[in-house]
Each structure stands twice: as structure tokens, then as C-alpha cells.
Design a protein around this ligand. Sequence first.
Ligand code: ATP
Length: 326
Amino acid sequence: MAEIKCIGILTSGGDAPGMNAAIRAVTRAAIYNGLSVVGIKRGYYGLVYNDMEPFTSKSVSNIIQQGGTILKTARCKEFATVDGRRQAYDNMRAAGIDALVVIGGDGSLTGARIFAEEYDIPIVGLPGTIDNDLGGTDQTIGYDTALNTIIEAVDKIRDTATSHERLFFVEVMGHMAGDLALNSAIASGAEAAIIPEMETEIDQLGDLVKRGFRKSKNSAIVLVAENPTTGGALGLAQRVKEEFPEYDARVTILGHLQRGGSPTAADRILASRMGVEAITALREGQRNVMIGIKNGELVYVPFVKATTHVRTVDHQGVDIVKILSI
Ligand code: ATP
């Protein structure tokens, strides 16, 4: 296997708080180990259209606390084509890059797997997404910050919900994964969580609404994971209005504010640990794996496992919401 001398780093797909901490950790760990680093702009766009620059230790100064990504991110259609990836490979080689660290979600890591297989390039991925929807890892970088952002917002919504004695459906992100909705429901004391892993029929919804709005309570908050097939919070509120017109139901869609903000300590530490491990992995000859965390230990997860796992219902979490919302 050829010796790795230069690492390219990119962030791709949806941005997540902690991506900068990961960029910093990868860059500094590489330089510490005598490797050079190239920062690739706007995800795979930078590879396809040759937008990259050499990184020094100073390039990543003062960014650990910043949300977003200094490398920018994008969704690059061209990289999903054979011609686009050939262009990317040519540019990468011309820049002297021997290996890549890709920080992103399941789409980005799927692209990394295909690229690595096609051109036999060592690539290590870091799970950078607020959705917590990757296999083989208990947490993704950005998830903890997004959870904290959500509960801060829900605490505020609770004040107005209580004052007006209203039912609120609060929609959160998740990209067909219910972790953000379920765990923010637990952390904010919400009455229920509607997650894509479980089908919610209208009678269950009625049950949830009645349970949340019993006489001892004067407001109810239901956390809803985004879900294009059911219409998310707007779809649910519409169903409630039709079936239970006695309730004053309102909808708040938190949207992109969930992506922003300074990363929490947990996300900064996770990103720093994973970033350093990415360089260790490459130096040890690992390739085509994502760095994950399982029971507090860093693990190597093959890209295919990280991106194709089947989601299951967190029954314990569902029970906790139910038990604690009596
Ligand atoms: P998030 O889940 O946070 O939105 P993501 O990484 O899943 O992040 P995507 O938009 O799915 O975001 O993917 C990001 C980029 O990865 C795409 O724009 C494309 O460049 C690349 N990519 C995704 N799927 C493929 C694929 N099958 N082949 C090649 N490249 C891909």
C-alpha cells in the first residue's frame, strides 16, 4: 500500500454543529503526524471543480466553538456520476492528495464508499449529521447540539402552550429517523413523540391527544419527526382538526435553526476524538470505514454498514415518554 503523505478533508451534505471541531482535529492530528493537509471546499464540489487549498495548523484556529463548517458544504449532483468522480479523482491526484477524510451523513458516506471502490483510495468517514441516522454508532457529530437547541425551543413553546391551554405539534428534523423527536420529547417533558419508525394511526393519535390533555394538564406538546409520507406536524394537526375539533392545535416547525449554533461540549469532544482517530485509522492502513462510537469506545464501521442499517423502534424511549407523561 502506498504511503500516505497528504490528506484531503471535506464536509458534505447537511451541515452539523461540531463539523468545525472535526476539521480542526483531523487537520491538527495529521500535521502532528507529519502529514500535509488540503481543505476541499463545498464537499464533493471542491473535488470535481478543483476548489481546494493547503491547510496549516493556523487554518483551523479559533473554530472549535463555531457552528456550520468553514469548508462550506454542498450537495453535488456531478459526484453521483462516473464522469464527475473521474474528474474528482484527477483533481485529487493533481493536488497530491493520497487519502480523504469525509465528514457527512449517509449520502456523503455512500459517495465515499463508491469513490473508494472505484479508484482504490483510502477514505475514512466521520458521522457528521444532526439526524443520528447512521449505523454502527451511538451518536453522530451535531446530534447533541441539535437536541439542546430543540429543548430550548420547546421550553419556550411550553410557556405559551400553557398560557393558552393549547396543543402544539412541534416538528423536528431527522431525515426519517426518530431519535431527535423521541429524545427531545424525553428531555423536554413532552406528552408524546411521533416517529417514522412507528406508524401512528388516527386512533393512536386520538389516544395521545386525550392522554396529553387530561384534566390535570392544561397544555400538550407532541414532538413530531419530519416525515414526507405523513406530512409531518402539519399533516397531523390537520388530522386532529378534522377528528377532534375541540382541541386548539398549533404547529411549530423548528426547521434550520436546529442546524445552527455553537456545538455543545459533548459534540466538541466527540468530534475531536473521532477526528484524531481518523488519522490513526489511515496511518494504520484502515480504509473505507466510518469512525463510530459504541458504549463510549471508538470503533471502525464499514461504510456499507454505516449507510444501510435498518432502523428499529427504541421501545425503551417510547415507554419512557409514555410513563413520564401521565
Ligand atoms: P444529511 O443526512 O445530513 O443531509 P448527507 O450526507 O446524507 O447529509 P446527501 O445530500 O444525501 O447528504 O449527500 C451529500 C452528497 O453526497 C451528495 O450531494 C452527493 O455529492 C454525494 N452522494 C450522495 N449519494 C451518492 C451516491 N449514491 N453516489 C455518489 N455520490 C453520492
